[in-house]
Design a protein. Sequence first.
Length: 263
Amino acid sequence: MDQIAEIVGLVGGVLGPDVLGAYLHGSAVLGGLRPASDVDVLVVSRRRMDERERRALLGGLLGISGARNNVRPVELTVVVQSEVRPWRYPPTGDFLYGEWLRVEYEAGEVPRPEPMPDLALLITMALAAEHPLAGPRPAKVLDPVPHSDLVRANVAGLPGLLDSLGGDTRNVLLTFARIWSTLATGQLRSKDAAADWALAQLPPEHRPVLEHARQLYLHCRYSEESWSETLQAQVRPHVDCVLAEINRLGTGASGRRNRFLRS
């Protein structure tokens, strides 16, 4: 069975008629899935899940997501409509599954409601993409997000991104490029398109690491990734340059979960 159909079927089996809509977002709608891209799905629900439903949804996702199941990793977010319509910031998400959290899930953690500032970006992408997997057009169940809240959400995870720089270099560099691009232009771009935009703005000495990250994103799985010592030495100066531009354009609170590393 098609992986997306499995995701939609799983969500419908757990939440039943309380699913108001399910919407594709992320790489699949911003420019196409790349070798290491997740399948990103936003689900809008009529109500919060109970404990049994959370465990059922988590168990199902563990079985249909990621390399160990020989499929793409899944990132699935469930939001209760009343938490985001009418819109307010920061929004609260009801459930987040990301393959980068698999170890925590397998150790017994179950996703629970929490503030999720980056729902502002997910909702904006879902509204722009117009790609319902279940339910009506996204505009029927979701409100648009004000630009000021997009700015806040874009910079909310900066400290966490910096913490991840050494272990997930390609995605952190591309995410910084996308944040910079969004703050400067108001457009949500795919990671490679944001990198193209940023490369045109950067001084020549700060371009090689981002160009390398872009090529990795377009052509390589994580197991195929490599960085030369020369490029590694250029990473932090590049980040400092981009952060200076981001800080010039807007500031915001820090966040915990870096979902847009994977999109």
